[in-house]
Design a binder for this molecule. Structure first.
Ligand code: UDP
Length: 329
């Protein structure tokens, strides 16, 4: 049986595809290549199309013996979601509805979902536990929460079991050097800092230094993308063994401020990396740090690449070798 990976040509999706292939799984990828890269798909069968296109999904499900889906395909930029929420509702929420309807039609009853810490909003306490209040502060997080809730009702009505993985901040690149982070436009802190180190940008902007944190900049929990990928494989295994629906946080449990990230990147790269403080970005909570105890206990997840120096080091290796991302492939 094959695992369908939607959005498998994207940053985290491509690392999950790599992890599945490393374990000898049959992989089918569905991606519209709006943000994904063909060269990021290291194996399996790639279908290019959109989840909102019913004929396209009929081809994918009709042409392959799929027993589980890992669902990444979505828009994922906080800033953009605040300017164009309709795009997020259409692609993320409606796209997921189309996918779940087809899963139901083809009798596929296992889905692992790429969710986010943005579902919590401003946390009540840190580290964040899965039972904490979910009150998103941005439209992106709101759509991901809506997608999770939709899955809950498809479980109730149709027995489609889901594992929702709420990631904190993904960073780093695959150890092979073959795949890494390449968004266009790039908005994420770690790749932007490293592009500054490469001289591609004059400085890194620090979005606000008046948050209620020690140095005034936002604190995030950075997790290696390959550790995230491993959690998806474990989640598929759990569902195949008959496990019920569940939600898990994925993070290292340790927070780093924007200024600390820039400092570590300076040490890793040996470059200057000029930084300029600017105003806050809309929708950003001050602190997001995970408690991933549940994922460790119930999935047996054991993130091993957890030093931020090493996470940024692996990203730096990718950016140095591919300064224009997949255009260098
Ligand atoms: N950030 C920043 N400058 C940038 C990009 C991001 O200061 O050019 C900050 C952002 O406000 C947030 C943190 O870095 O506090 C991580 O942002 P990113 O977009 O990487 O991930 P997110 O937390 O939105 O998932």
């Amino acid at each position: 049986m094959a695992v369908l990976v939607t959005g498998g040509a994207g940053y985290i999706g491509s690392h999950a595809v790599a992890a599945l292939l490393e374990r000898g799984e049959d992989v089918v990828v569905a991606d519209n290549l709006q943000q994904g890269h063909k060269d990021a798909v290291l194996g399996g069968k790639l279908y290019v199309g959109d989840l909102r296109d019913g004929d396209f999904l009929d081809q994918v499900f009709g042409g392959n013996a799929i027993d589980a889906v890992i669902h990444f395909a979505a828009n994922s930029l906080v800033g953009e979601s605040m300017k164009d929420p309709g795009k997020y509702y259409h692609n993320n929420v409606y796209g997921t509805l189309c996918l779940l309807e087809k899963m139901n039609k083809y009798g596929v009853n296992k889905i692992v979902f790429s969710s986010t810490a943005a579902t919590y909003g401003e946390p009540e306490s840190v580290p964040i536990d899965e039972l904490d209040r979910t009150l998103p502060t941005n439209a992106y997080g709101e759509t991901k929460l809506a997608m999770e809730k939709m899955m809950k009702w498809f479980d109730v009505a149709h027995g489609i079991k889901f594992v929702s993985l709420r990631y904190f901040n993904a960073a780093g690149a695959h150890e092979s050097g073959k795949i890494g982070e390449d968004h266009s436009p790039e908005t994420h802190l770690v790749p932007l800092v490293l592009q500054t180190a490469l001289g591609q940008r004059p400085h890194i902007s620090v979005f606000g230094d008046d948050y209620p944190t020690e140095d005034g900049t936002c604190i995030r929990d950075y997790i290696h993308v390959s550790d995230l990928a491993d959690a998806h494989v474990l989640a598929v295994e759990r569902l195949r063994k008959g496990g019920g629906s569940a939600v898990y946080n994925l993070g290292n449990g340790q927070g780093f401020s924007v200024k600390q990230v820039i400092g570590i990147a300076r040490a890793v790269t040996g470059k200057d990396i000029p930084a300029v403080v600017e105003s806050r970005r809309a929708g950003d909570p001050a602190v997001l740090v995970a408690s991933s105890k549940r994922a460790r206990d119930e999935l047996g997840w054991n993130p091993t690449r957890n030093k931020l120096e090493d996470i940024i080091g692996s990203a730096w290796a990718w950016h140095k070798a591919n300064p224009r991302g997949y255009n260098d492939k």
